[in-house]
Design a protein around this ligand. Structure first.
Ligand code: NAP
Length: 434
């Protein structure tokens, strides 16, 4: 028998559990830990609420979760409730699948002003992450600046741009829907420090901007390289450029629309304001060897909110070596130390799609199989249960989550899939175990 602890119940965690089942069948017991009492990590609190088809992948994780060799151990936080060393005493392998839930900083003057957010916080707000549910962004100014040219920037811009009707069948939480209902934001400026050929946005996500009911994308044709230059791009990027070109060519835009404006070759240099955001100072850039270099030309965009969508970092865990530069655990292809591994964003940084985590999960289990060829006699589950009892931990099981799930589905507004609980206490109450 092998006892595996996976820390983090998002895509990387569940794909790794799936791989462990494939590798060892009935000869493995997997415990999947999560700080929250609810599973699925990024699927629940990262994926945009209007991307329900992407969220459907949780059904696959559910089938893994429901096999008797896999257990969900929710509401238990590594570093707070027990240490990595303690987990390692109990399990043959500890695999950190904790994702990258922290915002990278812009490192600009004015970043500490109220109403400047990182995307983890802002996305967490509209997705009902308990840590960010109380964010209260001020949406009373008509211009919002979104920094970054990745898919998260697109998610944030789209959610700000959509009408209440367009969000009706999403699982956006009630407080965010109400906030957006009252929003004065009419202009969303997406700043890209490099150019159209350097975007990290994918075509499907870009195409959604053309279908919004009360908003339209704006691209300045002068920013686009000659069309012949697109030929050298890979297929996805070429398609993305096709969308940007269509946005630039579109002349029948409705004048009353919310605008989603792409400002390329535009690096933010400072966030300006007295006690609140009033403007963003931007420097024009040009590309030198693929890098954005300032031209010295600056301008100001009057704005009341800034959301930096510039990537994420893994949260450090006490006693686990950390790669500050990469914002992830220090590791050699997933190996951190004997018996300690990482997978997914915690291993490689915040790149790739949800599906990228599947081969990652399978690869790490292959390494565990090589490193730990036989039964090491560690206690596994019964050992953890004894420790949890001794510490009085209020562990949430998968069957408890199913009760939370039922209550959320029952509370959904008409047309929506669920109304999420946004407080840990309310989640635990819904399990009926208090
Ligand atoms: P990302 O794809 O890495 O994009 C980050 C963007 O921020 C880049 O355009 C980058 O520009 C820019 N940036 C970084 N530092 C900056 C700075 N200091 N100033 C200005 N701009 C800066 O990250 P992401 O958007 O957070 O997405 C994370 C991952 O999740 C990606 O793999 C993404 O595809 C995935 N995702 C997928 C979906 C979907 O499929 N629907 C939705 C959301 C996220 P440079 O290129 O110049 O560094």
């Amino acid at each position: 028998m092998r006892h595996i602890a996976i820390v983090g119940s998002g895509p990387a965690g569940y794909y790794t559990a799936e791989a462990a089942l494939k590798q060892w069948g009935d000869e493995v017991r997997v415990d999947i830990f999560d700080t929250l009492p609810v599973p699925f990590g990024l699927i629940r609190t990262g994926v945009a609420p209007d991307h329900q088809s992407i969220k459907a992948v949780a059904r696959r994780y559910e089938s893994t979760a429901l096999t008797r060799n896999v257990r969900f151990v929710g509401n238990v936080m590594l570093g707070r409730d027990l240490s990595v060393a303690e987990l390692q005493e109990l399990y043959d392998a500890v695999i950190l699948a904790t994702g990258a839930p922290h915002d990278r900083k812009l490192g600009l003057p004015g970043e500490e002003l109220p109403n400047v957010f990182g995307s983890a916080a802002f996305v967490g707000w509209y997705n009902g992450h308990p840590q960010f549910a109380g964010l209260h962004p001020d949406l009373s100014h008509q211009t919002a600046v979104v920094v970054g040219n990745g898919n998260v920037a697109l998610d944030v811009a789209r959610i700000l741009a959509k009408s209440e009707d367009e969000l009706a069948d999403s699982d956006i939480v009630a407080h965010a829907l109400a906030g957006l209902h009252d929003s004065a934001v009419r202009r969303i400026v997406i700043l890209g420090r490099r150019g159209p050929h350097q975007i990290a946005m994918t075509p499907k996500e870009l195409s959604e901007l053309a279908k919004l009911s009360r908003a339209h994308p704006v691209v300045d044709a002068a920013d686009l390289p000659p069309v012949e230059a697109d030929a050298g791009l890979d297929t996805g990027l070429r398609k993305s450029l096709g969308h940007l070109r269509a946005f630039a060519a579109n002349e029948d835009n409705r004048p009353d629309d919310v605008t989603v404006e792409f400002d390329f070759f535009a690096a933010p240099r400072a966030i300006l304001g007295e006690g609140k955001v009033e403007a963003v100072e931007v420097e024009r850039t040009r590309l030198v060897d693929g890098k954005a270099v300032g031209t010295g030309e600056t301008y100001r965009i009057p704005a009341g909110m800034v959301i930096a969508c510039i990537g994420y970092q893994t949260s450090p865990i006490p006693d686990v070596p950390y790669d500050e530069q990469g914002g992830r655990f220090a590791n050699e292809e997933g190996r951190i130390a004997p018996g300690l591994y990482c997978v997914g964003w915690a291993r490689r940084g915040p790149t790739g799609t949800i599906g990228t985590n599947r081969p990652d999960g399978f690869a790490i289990i292959e390494k565990v199989a090589v490193d730990i060829p036989g039964d090491s006699g560690k206690p596994g589950r019964p050992g953890f249960d004894a420790l949890a009892e001794q510490r009085g931990l209020q562990v949430v099981k998968f069957t408890d989550w199913q009760k939370i799930d039922e209550a959320e589905v029952a509370a959904a507004r008409t047309g929506a899939p669920r109304e999420k609980f946004v407080e840990v206490e309310k989640m635990i109450e819904a399990t009926g175990r208090v």
